[in-house]
Write a protein that binds this ligand. Sequence first.
Ligand SMILES: [Zn+2]
Length: 165
Amino acid sequence: MTLKLSSVPPRDPATLHVERLKAGQELLCHAVSQSVFGLTTHWNESGRHSLPCTSVNCPGCKKGLPARWKGFLHVIRCSDRKQLLVELTSTATALLHDQVPQIDQLRGYRLRIYRGRGADNSRLRCELYGEKMQGLVLPSEIDLIPSLRKIWRGVPDLDLDTLTA
Ligand SMILES: [Zn+2]
């Protein structure tokens, strides 16, 4: 029997917590990403989870599940400098895009993202909150796919190895 020895532990690719704001929650943050990373998803039968649409051999399309666009933005929370991946709706993203001159140059903007009181599916809003910070030291942008793979781990019939942007 040969032991598999190594003094260096394996490292997962960097992943971020995916933050979905609940009713009445607010997030003040700076955008780290230059642009929103958006993709089509499906609601699964239970209506509780989403799964990504993979176009070819998509389990959601095969079952005729309704499609919904989701956006993800890498941000750094103002209160504790924690890096997060915040989930945005199409409405919130459109609202944000209406406020910036260039939708692919979001990095550095201070944002207020909040969900209306009432229910966890109340309208999500995203607005600029102050001026774009100049000379602000922000973390580097990272590949968001490993974080998204994490939230979709366990989805039946979904081959996560094929999930690429
Ligand atoms: Zn699909």
